[in-house]
Design a binder for this molecule. Structure first.
Ligand code: SAM
Ligand code: SF4
Length: 342
């Protein structure tokens, strides 16, 4: 197969949904597998997808590149854990042609960091400039418990390797009432001391897990109020193409983002769609809408057919989600974050 050339003039109209929002950002979950089992993300015993259902690297490249051809400027690879997918560096290398051609502004990934030390140099060589690393605590025992067995030292080693390779690192942490609420100021200060931006995320009701999410949920409005009792937070216009709203913490000099899908919904400015590793396109993280792009390409679709299928899906992007965290309520959507791609 010839790699799709996103610069060919066959489709130039931007991807605009039925509410006038331009879709310029694609997140691709390259695998549903992971070497960790974070308690808010996965059940302890997950059933992973059979290989035949998962897109091959060529298929991932073809669909992602079709989006680039339709005006997507930012591509984030995620999972599951993207760095556990075999051949991941080949995929990144292939996709990096869109950076060189100028069709893509950014190729990046979200990772748990456990394998970053191994891959940081190669990522940098292929044009990746920044990565998001998820790390919810600085306490090794708590990390082990929250990830069901993870080794914090590997993640910190990964962050250091990434920075040594010249990558900017943003730390993501899910705010969890009992598990890390008290520790968040220390985590933020740690990130800022290392010149990392930091983003806090509200736990979202995605997929069945063992615990009741009401017990874990912590509103970032409350976290912000608590931080403002001893720090000065100044709103800034900094945006990274995602939903985070940023402040500068004057005392640390670092940037802090808040992703608040529950306490403040940001759907009106949503520019994103998500592709799962099985080729299902979800145009909203919090809705059950889905388009099967794998079926389209495995039926032998031409690039024009694929572009048409993408346009149809984007046209029907829902106006927004309506997450609620209520005791004993079913998750807003049945799929886990690791399937949709965080
Ligand atoms: N494994 C990689 C990682 O952990 O960064 C990438 C995939 S993970 C699903 C992406 C992000 O989603 C992580 O920052 C994780 O903390 C977050 N996440 C997972 N489940 C979540 C949930 N139910 N609510 C909010 N964030 C969640
Ligand atoms: Fe794995 Fe990331 Fe989910 Fe944790 S949040 S279980 S690291 S996919």
């Amino acid at each position: 197969m010839t790699p799709y050339d996103a610069t060919s003039p066959q489709e130039v109209r931007p991807l605009i949904d039925g509410f006038g929002r331009t879709v310029s950002y694609l997140r691709v979950s390259v695998t549903d597998r992971c070497d960790l089992r974070c308690v808010y993300c996965m059940a302890e015993h997950m059933t992973f997808l059979p290989k035949a259902e998962v897109l091959t690297l060529e298929e991932l490249d073809r669909i992602a590149s079709a989006f680039v051809g339709l005006g997507v400027r930012k591509l984030r690879l995620t999972g599951g854990e993207p760095l556990v997918r075999k051949g991941m560096m080949d995929l990144i290398k292939r996709l990096s042609r869109h950076l060189r051609s100028g069709a893509l502004d950014e190729l990046t990934l979200t990772t748990n960091g456990t394998r970053l030390a191994q891959f940081a140099g190669e990522l940098a060589r292929h044009g990746v400039r920044r990565v998001n690393v998820s790390m919810d605590t600085l306490d090794p025992a708590r990390f082990r418990r929250l990830t069901r067995g993870g080794d914090l030292a590997k993640v910190i080693g990964g962050i250091e390797a990434a920075q040594a390779a010249g990558l900017a690192v943003k730390i993501n942490a899910v705010a969890l009432k009992d598990d890390n609420a008290a520790e968040l100021p220390e985590l933020i200060a740690w990130a800022h001391r290392r010149s990392c931006d930091m983003t806090l995320i509200e736990a979202m009701p995605l997929g069945e897990i063992e615990v009741d999410r009401t017990d874990q949920f912590l509103s970032l409005k409350d976290v912000r109020a608590q931080l403002e009792s001893f720090w000065t937070l100044t709103d800034i216009a900094h945006r990274t193409g995602g939903p985070a709203r940023y402040v500068r913490v004057e005392e640390t000099g670092g940037r802090l983002g808040f992703i608040t899908p529950l306490s403040h919904n940001f759907c009106e400015s949503c520019n994103r769609v998500r592709l799962t590793c099985t080729g299902t396109l979800h145009t909203c993280l919090g809705r059950d809408d889905a388009s099967d792009l794998r079926a389209v390409i495995r039926a032998g679709a031409s690039d024009a057919d694929l572009a048409h299928a993408i346009r149809l899906a984007v046209d029907a992007k829902p106006q927004g989600h309506d997450f609620r965290i209520e005791r004993a309520a079913a998750p807003a959507v049945a799929r886990h974050m690791s399937t949709t791609g965080g």
